[in-house]
Design a protein around this ligand. Structure first.
Ligand code: MOS
Length: 694
C-alpha cells in the first residue's frame, strides 16, 4: 500500500459522530415517510402449545387501528430457512414471548392500545425450560455454532487426569445473557408497486435483502434494505429479525409505510440471547504446572425450533498445550426462545471457564497465574496442530503485568483489607478467531480529485465508515478528506455482516483491492479524466480458516483489581487493564473504544448481568434494563486498553485482526479471579452479585 503516513492507524474521528450526537442521523424507526403508520406485536402468554383463537374485535373498534394480523389472515410467506422468521404463519407457540399477532394503527400509542385489546386464547401443554447437565433430552450435536465439531478428543485425557500430580475438577455456570443494544430492533418498510424498500436496524443488510426476497417471493433486485445508522447489535442484529418481516407484511396489507420497533421488554424472547452454559472443567498438571490433561465439557440449551449450540468449549482447543485433551458440547432442546450470537459467542463464556480453571490450578500448584500461562504456551495450535500466523499472548501478559504493577501483588488470598473492603487482583487471557468473508466494493475517482468508495458495509457504532475511508485513502495515497464512503444500503456492492469481528478485514480487503486497481488506472492515465471519472470493482473471496495453513487468532490479557464489601457483598471493580495483540490497529481511537466497550460488557457479565428463566412461566424474568443490569458509568472504573504492534502477513492486505469482541472475552474471569484473591472464596457462577458473594 502507498504509505501517506497519516491515514492508517491514525485516531480519525467518526465521520457520522456529529450527525449522531445532534440527532440528525436517522435510524430505522425514524423514517418519517408520508403516511407512515406503526405496528405493535402481541406476544404469547404461554410457553408451549397453540393459539386456539385470536379475537381482534375490541382492538379493531379502537380509534386509529387499521388491522390486526394473526396466523388467520397474515400474508403467506415462503417457507423460511430461519424458523424464527416464520411469523404469523401457523398457530404453534414454541416459547413464551413468540409473536402471535400484530396490531397496525395510525400512531404508536394507538397500536399499543390495540395490542392490549387483542384477546388470544391458547391450548397450552406442559413446558420444560430447565437446563440441567443430566437432562434426558441432552444430545451431542454434530457441530456447534461456527461449524466447529462438537466433540474433540486427543490422547487419553481421563487417564492422564487421573495420573496428574496436581488436579482441578470443577464446575462453572454462565447464566443466559441478553443483547441490549442501545437501539432496540426496528424496521420501517414500504412497497413501491412490486418493490419492497425497508430500513432495518441490522448488522448486515445484504442478508436481510436475500431473506426478504425469499420470504416474499421477490427477485433480489426488487428489494432494497437500508441500514445507514445502527445503534449497536452485539450479534442480535446479525441475522434478520422479526421487525423487518412484520413491517413488510403490514405494509403490504395496509398499503402504508409501517414501522415496527420492538419494545425492549420483548427483546429477550425475540432477538436471540446468549444461552446458559454449564461447564465441567478438569485440568491435570505436573507439580511445576505443566498441563498434562485438559477436559472441558459444556452443556447448553437451544429452542425446540432451531438448533444453536454455544461453542463454549472451542477456546479450550486454542489456548494451552496439553498432550491429552477433550472438548465437547451437549445441548438440550427446551421450550425456550432461540438462542443466538452475543458478543464473542463461545469465547466469552468458554474463556470464563478456561481462565477460571487456570487460576484454580495456579492456586492449587502454588504458582503465579501469569507464569502458569506462560509455562503452558503451545508451539502450535493445540487442537489442529497448525502453526499460529502470529501469537503474542506472552507479550500481552508481560506488558499487562508491567503496566498493572503485577509484581507488587501479594499472592496470598485474602491478604489485603481496607476497612470493610477486601481487595484483590486477578488476570485472565483472551482470544478471538480471525474471520474474513467475501465482499465486493467499487472505487470511483472523479476529475476534481475526489474519490467515492461503495460497499454495503454496516457501521453499528464501531467506526466502520471511518476506517474504510482510512483504508481507501491510504491505498490511494490521498488525504482522508478526499474520500467519501457510501455504505449501509443493499443496492451497493454486496458485503458480509458486521459480525464475528470480521467486518473491517472483510470489507477493507475489497476496498483495498478496488482502490489498488483505481490507483493503477489513474497512474496509467494521461490527460484529464473523463467527465464521469474512472471506476474499478473488486470481488474478494475472503479467507476461510479451514483453507489456511495457519491458525489465526487475536490474543489479549486482562487484569482487574476489585474490592469486595464484607458488609454488603458488593463487588466493585477499581481498575481494568487490557493488552491486545490483534494485528495492525487501523484507527487508534475507534479501536480503543471497541476494546473498552468489550471490557465494559465483560464487567457487566462478571458482576450484574444475568437472566433467570422462570420455570413456572417460561419467561426470562429480567426483560428490561430496570431488571437486567448493564454497567452504568458509575460502575465503570479506571479502564485502560493497550496493544502491542503485531505484524502478521497471513491475514489480509491491512494486516488486521478483528477487535470487536476480544475485549469481553477474558474480562469476567479476570474479575472472578480477583474476587477469589480478595476473599479466598471461589465463586463459580456468574454474575458475582451480592446475594452470592455475601
Ligand atoms: Mo458478533 S456476536 O459476531 O455480531
Amino acid at each position: 500500500m502507498a504509505d501517506t503516513g497519516t491515514t492508517l492507524g491514525a485516531p480519525a474521528e467518526r465521520r457520522e459522530g456529529r450527525d449522531k450526537v445532534t440527532g440528525s442521523a436517522r435510524y430505522a424507526a425514524e423514517q418519517t415517510d408520508a403516511g407512515r403508520v406503526h405496528a405493535w406485536p402481541v406476544v404469547a402468554g404461554i410457553a408451549h402449545g397453540t393459539v386456539r383463537a385470536v379475537d381482534a374485535g375490541a382492538a379493531l373498534a379502537l380509534p386509529g387501528v387499521l388491522t390486526v394480523l394473526s396466523h388467520d389472515n397474515a400474508p403467506r410467506l415462503a417457507p423460511a430457512d430461519d424458523p424464527t422468521l416464520a411469523l404469523l404463519q401457523n398457530p404453534r407457540v414454541p416459547h413464551r414471548g413468540w409473536i402471535v399477532a400484530l396490531v397496525v394503527a395510525e400512531t404508536l400509542e394507538e397500536a399499543r392500545a390495540g395490542a392490549a385489546a387483542v384477546r388470544v386464547d391458547y391450548d397450552a401443554v406442559p413446558h420444560d425450560v430447565t437446563l440441567t447437565d443430566d437432562h434426558p433430552d441432552a444430545y451431542t450435536p454434530e457441530q456447534a455454532n461456527g461449524g466447529f465439531p462438537a466433540h474433540r478428543e486427543q490422547g487419553d485425557p481421563e487417564a492422564a487426569f487421573a495420573d496428574a500430580e496436581v488436579r482441578v475438577d470443577t464446575h462453572y455456570r454462565v447464566p443466559p445473557l441478553h443483547n441490549h443494544p442501545m437501539e432496540p430492533h426496528a424496521a420501517t418498510a414500504r412497497w413501491d408497486g412490486g418493490r419492497l424498500v425497508a430500513h432495518d436496524s441490522s448488522q448486515g443488510a445484504t442478508t436481510v435483502r436475500t431473506v426478504l426476497a425469499s420470504l416474499f417471493r421477490l427477485a433480489e433486485d426488487d428489494v432494497t434494505v437500508i441500514s445507514e445508522h445502527v445503534g449497536g447489535g452485539f450479534g442480535s442484529k446479525g441475522t434478520p429479525r422479526p421487525p423487518v418481516v412484520l413491517a413488510a407484511m403490514a405494509a403490504r396489507e395496509t398499503g402504508r409505510p409501517v414501522t415496527v420497533a420492538l419494545p425492549r421488554r420483548f427483546m429477550a424472547a425475540l432477538v436471540g440471547h446468549r444461552a446458559p452454559t454449564l461447564h465441567r472443567f478438569r485440568l491435570g498438571a505436573t507439580a511445576d504446572g505443566t498441563l498434562t490433561s485438559s477436559l472441558h465439557e459444556v452443556t447448553t440449551h437451544t429452542s425446540r425450533i432451531k438448533e444453536f449450540v454455544e461453542q463454549a468449549a472451542v477456546p479450550s482447543r486454542v489456548m494451552y498445550a496439553a498432550p491429552h485433551r477433550l472438548s465437547s458440547h451437549q445441548v438440550v432442546p427446551l421450550d425456550v426462545p432461540s438462542p443466538s450470537w452475543m458478543r464473542a459467542p463461545g469465547e466469552a463464556p468458554g474463556m470464563y471457564a478456561v481462565e477460571s480453571a487456570m487460576d484454580e490450578l495456579a492456586v492449587e500448584a502454588g504458582l503465579d497465574p501469569v507464569e502458569l500461562r506462560v509455562t503452558n504456551e503451545p508451539d502450535t495450535e493445540p487442537d489442529s496442530g497448525k502453526p499460529f500466523s502470529s501469537r503474542h499472548l506472552v507479550e500481552c501478559l508481560r506488558e499487562g503485568a508491567r503496566r498493572f504493577d503485577w509484581a507488587r501483588r501479594d499472592p496470598r488470598p485474602r491478604s489485603c483489607a481496607q476497612g470493610p473492603l477486601l481487595v484483590g487482583t486477578g488476570v485472565a487471557a483472551a482470544t478471538y478467531p480471525v474471520m474474513i468473508n467475501p465482499a465486493q466494493a467499487t472505487a470511483h475517482g472523479t476529475p476534481d480529485g475526489r474519490f467515492v468508495v461503495r460497499i454495503n458495509a454496516t457501521d453499528i457504532g464501531t467506526g466502520a465508515r471511518t476506517v474504510l475511508a482510512q483504508i481507501a485513502a491510504h491505498t490511494l495515497g490521498v488525504p482522508l478528506d478526499r474520500v467519501h464512503v457510501d455504505m449501509g444500503d443493499s443496492d451497493l456492492p454486496p458485503a458480509p455482516l458486521a459480525g464475528g469481528s470480521s467486518g473491517t478485514a472483510s470489507w477493507g480487503w475489497a476496498v483495498h483491492d478496488a482502490c489498488t486497481r483505481l490507483a493503477a488506472r489513474l497512474a496509467g492515465h494521461t490527460g484529464p479524466l473523463p467527465d464521469d471519472g474512472l471506476r474499478t470493482h473488486a470481488d474478494t473471496t475472503g479467507s476461510a480458516d479451514a483453507d489456511s495453513p495457519y491458525a489465526r487468532h487475536a490474543f489479549g490479557a486482562h487484569f482487574a483489581e476489585v474490592t469486595v464489601d464484607t458488609v454488603s457483598g458488593e463487588v466493585r471493580v477499581r481498575r481494568l487493564l487490557g493488552v491486545y495483540a490483534a494485528g495492525r490497529i487501523l484507527n487508534a481511537r475507534t479501536a480503543r473504544s471497541q476494546f473498552i466497550g468489550g471490557m465494559t460488557m465483560g464487567l457487566g457479565m462478571a458482576l450484574t448481568e444475568g437472566s433467570t428463566m422462570d420455570a413456572a412461566s417460561g419467561a426470562f424474568v429480567e426483560s428490561d434494563l430496570a431488571a437486567y443490569h448493564v454497567p452504568a458509568h458509575a460502575d465503570v472504573p479506571d479502564i485502560e486498553a493497550h496493544w502491542i504492534d503485531e505484524e502478521d502477513p497471513h491475514l489480509n492486505p491491512m494486516g488486521s485482526k478483528g477487535i470487536g469482541e476480544i475485549g469481553i472475552v477474558g474480562t469476567a474471569a479476570a474479575i472472578g479471579n480477583a474476587v477469589h484473591h480478595a476473599t479466598g472464596v471461589r465463586y463459580r457462577e456468574l454474575p458475582l452479585s451480592p446475594d452470592k458473594v455475601l
